[in-house]
Unconditional design. Structure first.
Length: 255
């Protein structure tokens, strides 16, 4: 009931797998000042984490974002064709030559990929040694579990035994806890089964900001000017970030 009450007018009545939803979310990101500043900060995080050197960078699930304003050589993509992207592709069958990419980046996408093993195997094939994968994804904490289970429409299953996601469409098929499962709960298993990848950094972050922004589905709960004081407050919460983070920036290096 609360989620329906807070639903953004542009997405109300549209299913998450409706192609129009992606276009509407583009309008939402640009129209909500607080959310736009949050994305700008996330994109700065991704930019700073990129491996050095030259070469193309692939973004998966570009959707309504604007990362190509920060990375001119970015190849934008989606699982199905939509305006404003360079390619429609399947993350588990990437149409790139071996060792041809400098990096693969994504924001809020990994937890929708139904076969993460296949994706990381493909990413290892396409990414050059020393290249990387940089992600910003939902993260599991006591606080985020409370929020994701009550206000978020996507499945959130920290207890899931399987890494694979069954059922659902391109966006409705999801497990918001998948990044935490792969890189924290099952980290040793990930490193054993996918030895091409080294997890170089996990940075839990942003316990309040995304919630106040309303994300891409809900109304904003704070005006744009509140972004700076919100980030000050979040920096104050850093000592307790493992208990309250809603997201994490994860960096992996291709061995």
């Amino acid at each position: 009931m609360l989620r329906n009450l807070l639903a953004h007018p542009l997405t109300r009545g549209l299913g998450v797998d409706d192609p129009r939803t992606t276009r509407r979310r583009r309008e939402i990101i640009r129209g909500k000042a607080f959310l736009r500043r949050l994305y700008e900060e996330w994109y700065g995080e991704i930019l700073r984490a990129l491996p050095a050197g030259e070469g193309p960078i692939l973004e998966l699930g570009s959707g309504g974002g604007f990362l190509n304003r920060f990375i001119p050589e970015l190849i934008t993509s989606e699982v199905r064709f939509t305006s404003g992207i360079d390619a429609a592709l399947d993350a588990t069958r990437l149409p790139f030559a071996p060792a041809s990419l400098r990096a693969i980046v994504m924001t809020n996408v990994l937890h929708h990929i139904s076969e993460p093993r296949c994706f990381f195997a493909e990413a290892a094939r396409c990414t050059r040694p020393g290249g990387g994968v940089v992600l910003i994804e939902p993260w599991v904490s006591s606080w985020s579990t409370l929020i994701y289970r009550r206000l978020h429409e996507e499945p959130y299953l920290p207890q899931a035994e399987s890494w694979e996601i069954s059922g659902g469409g391109p966006l409705s098929g999801a497990n918001g806890a998948l990044p935490w499962i792969l890189f924290q709960r099952d980290r040793r298993r990930f490193e054993r089964e996918l030895p091409e990848w080294e997890i170089t950094r996990i940075r839990p972050m942003m316990p309040i900001g995304y919630l106040l922004s309303g994300g891409v589905s809900l109304r904003a709960l704070a005006p744009g000017w509140a972004y700076t004081p919100t980030r000050w407050l979040e920096r104050f919460l850093e000592p307790w970030i493992d208990h309250c983070a809603m997201f994490a920036r994860i960096s992996l290096r291709r061995r």
